[in-house]
Design a protein around this ligand. Structure first.
Ligand SMILES: Cc1cc2nc3c(=O)[nH]c(=O)nc-3n(C[C@H](O)[C@H](O)[C@H](O)COP(=O)(O)OP(=O)(O)OC[C@H]3O[C@@H](n4cnc5c(N)ncnc54)[C@H](O)[C@@H]3O)c2cc1C
Length: 459
C-alpha cells in the first residue's frame, strides 16, 4: 500500500465502506484502516447447524435514496432480499399476551393496547399546541400529544426495537428528527403525515421505499461485496494504535500493522467513521474539552442471541417479530422471526429467532453469564413463545459492549463540537453513527455524502 494518499478513512464498518466505495468510484487515492481483521464493523453473518444468523443488525430499511442506489450498484454480486408480506405483521406484548400492532383505523379503535381515553385523545392531536422546548424528551413529547398508553405500548417498544433505548432519555430533535419536524413544521404528527404524503416526490426520493431488506446470505454479504468491489489493496486491517496528527500537507497517521510493524501514512484528508468513544485515543491533538463533548455518548450494552430450532412447535411466528414494552417487566426486549421473513435461515420446518436482551434500562442483564442468559431465555420462551421444554438446536450469544449510541440531551453539544473541530482542522471530517442517525440507511447516506464532499474539494 502507498504511504502517501489523498484520503484516509478510519473504520471499515458500513459508513467507512460506503465512503470508500464512492471514493473508489471517483478514482481518489485512499486507504481504509480498521482494527479488526474483517470489514463490516458491527455487521456480520454466521452459519451453523443449518442456520444462517446475524451477529449485528438483522434487517435494514430502504430509508434513503443512497442505500437504494448502493444496493442497485452492487447487484448482481450482492442480491437484495426484501422482507416478505409478513413484515407488516408485528406484535406487542400486552399483559403477557402477544397483540398484533394495529394497522388500519378499525384496528386502532379495537386494539386493547391503548386506553379509550387516549383513543379519543388522539382525535384532538391535530389541534394540540406545538411544543416549544427543543430539548423535550421523547417520552414527554408523546405523553403531551398522544397520551401515556401510546407511549407505553407503541413508542416505547418501537424505541426498544430501534435504539434498545429509553424514551425518557432520547431527545426527538436528535434521535427522531423526522418525527420532531412533523410537529415543528406542521403543528401535529397527524396533520404533518397527511400533508407530507401529498407532497410530490422526485424519482430519486421515491427510491427510499421504506422496505425492510437484507441481502442473500445475510447482511455480512453486503459488506463483503463492498470490500471486494473497493479492492483489498485499499485496506489495512488488523491495525492498532492509530494516531492522527495535523501536518503542513494535511495529516500524518501512524499505526502498528497486523505484523507488529510501525507504519506512517500521509493524507490530505482524514475521514473518521469510528465510534465516538474511540476518538480521544486517535485525535490526541484536539482540545480535550471539545473531544469529550464528542466522545461521551451513552452506548448501552445489548446481548443478541440467535436461537434456532430444527422443528418449531411454539406459538405461530408468521410475522416480523414481537416487541416487549418495558412496562411488561420481562427480561427480553423483543424477538425477531428471521426464518419467517427471509429465505434459507433455518432448516425446513424449523425456526430462527433473534432475541435481544439489555438496552438502556436493563444494563444489569448483559452482565449475566452465558448459562444465566440461557436460563433467562428458556424462561421467557416457556412463558411467551409456547416452548415449555427449551432445547434449541442453535444458541449463539453475541455480546455488544457498546451497541447503539443514544442521542440524548448531550447531542447538541456533540454536534456543535464536531463542527468546531472540523473548522479548526480543515480536511478532518468526523462521521460515524455519533451523528446523522444510527440506522444502516443513515450510515450509507452519511458515508456517501462524506465521500462526495471530499471528492468535490479534491477535484
Ligand atoms: C446489535 C445491533 C443491532 C442493530 N440493528 C440494526 C437494524 O436492525 N437495522 C439497522 O438499520 N441498524 C441496526 N443497528 C445499527 C447499525 O448496524 C449501525 O449503526 C451501523 O452498522 C454502524 O456502522 P458504522 O460503520 O458507523 O460503525 P461500526 O460498524 O461500529 O464500524 C466502526 C469500525 O471502526 C472500527 N474501529 C473501532 N475502533 C477502532 C480503532 N481504534 N482503530 C481502528 N478501527 C477501529 C471497528 O472495528 C469497526 O469496523 C444495529 C446495531 C447493533 C449494535
Amino acid at each position: 500500500m502507498e504511504t502517501q494518499v489523498d484520503v484516509i478513512v478510519l473504520g471499515a464498518g458500513l459508513t467507512g465502506l460506503s465512503t470508500a466505495y464512492h471514493l473508489n468510484q471517483a478514482s481518489v487515492k485512499f486507504a481504509v484502516l480498521d482494527c479488526k481483521a474483517d470489514v463490516g464493523g458491527v455487521i456480520a453473518t454466521s452459519s451453523k447447524n443449518g442456520f444462517v444468523f446475524e451477529l449485528g443488525p438483522n434487517t435494514g430499511v430502504v430509508g434513503s435514496p443512497e442505500i437504494a442506489e448502493l444496493l442497485e450498484a452492487l447487484h448482481p454480486d450482492c442480491e437484495v432480499e426484501y422482507g416478505n408480506d409478513k413484515v407488516s405483521k408485528r406484535f406487542i406484548l400486552y399483559k403477557g399476551k402477544w397483540q398484533a400492532l394495529p394497522g388500519g383505523l378499525w384496528g386502532g379503535i379495537t386494539t386493547p393496547l391503548f386506553t379509550w381515553k387516549d383513543k379519543f385523545r388522539i382525535l384532538g392531536e391535530p389541534f394540540r399546541k406545538k411544543g416549544t422546548n427543543p430539548e423535550e424528551t421523547l417520552a414527554d413529547l408523546v405523553k403531551r400529544r398522544m397520551g401515556n398508553s401510546f407511549l407505553d405500548y407503541a413508542i416505547d417498544p418501537f424505541i426498544l426495537g430501534v435504539y434498545a433505548g429509553d424514551p425518557a432519555y432520547l431527545i426527538p430533535k436528535y434521535a427522531l428528527p423526522k418525527l420532531y419536524n412533523l410537529e415543528q413544521n406542521y403543528g401535529s404528527f397527524i396533520k404533518g403525515a397527511i400533508k407530507k404524503a401529498k407532497i410530490p416526490k422526485t424519482d430519486r426520493e421515491k427510491k427510499a421505499t421504506g422496505k425492510i431488506f437484507t441481502v442473500k446470505g445475510g447482511l455480512g454479504a453486503l459488506t463483503k461485496t463492498l470490500y471486494s468491489k473497493i479492492g483489498a489493496d485499499k485496506f489495512l486491517l488488523g491495525v492498532s494504535g492509530i494516531h492522527v496528527k495535523p501536518v503542513e500537507t494535511g495529516f500524518e497517521v501512524s499505526l502498528t500493522n497486523k505484523d507488529g510493524d510501525t507504519v506512517t501514512l500521509n493524507a490530505k484528508k482524514v475521514i473518521s467513521t469510528l465510534p465516538a468513544f474511540e476518538l480521544p485515543k486517535i485525535l490526541g491533538f484536539v482540545d480535550e474539552h471539545l473531544l469529550n463533548q464528542v466522545s461521551q455518548v451513552f452506548h448501552p450494552q445489548v446481548v443478541e442471541i440467535a436461537v434456532g430450532f430444527n422443528q418449531w412447535k411454539g406459538v405461530p411466528i408468521d410475522g416480523f417479530g414481537g416487541l416487549i414494552p418495558f412496562k411488561e417487566k420481562r427480561e427480553i426486549m423483543g424477538v425477531m422471526y428471521m426464518s419467517s421473513l427471509f429465505e434459507n435461515r433455518a432448516p425446513e420446518g424449523g425456526a430462527l429467532i433473534t432475541v435481544f436482551v439489555g438496552g438502556a434500562r436493563r444494563q444489569d442483564l448483559p452482565q449475566r453469564s452465558d448459562e444465566e442468559l440461557k436460563a433467562l431465555v428458556a424462561k421467557e420462551f416457556k412463558e411467551l413463545m409456547g416452548v415449555p421444554d427449551f432445547k434449541p438446536d442453535l444458541f449463539e450469544i453475541i455480546r455488544h459492549k457498546h451497541a447503539i449510541p443514544q442521542y440524548g440531551k448531550e447531542s447538541k453539544a456533540r454536534f456543535e463540537a464536531v463542527e468546531k473541530i472540523q473548522t479548526q482542522f480543515p480536511g478532518l471530517l468526523i462521521g460515524g453513527n455519533l451523528r446523522n442517525g444510527i440506522g444502516m440507511s443513515d450510515r450509507v447516506k452519511q458515508g456517501t455524502e462524506l465521500a462526495h464532499e471530499i471528492i468535490a474539494v479534491l477535484k
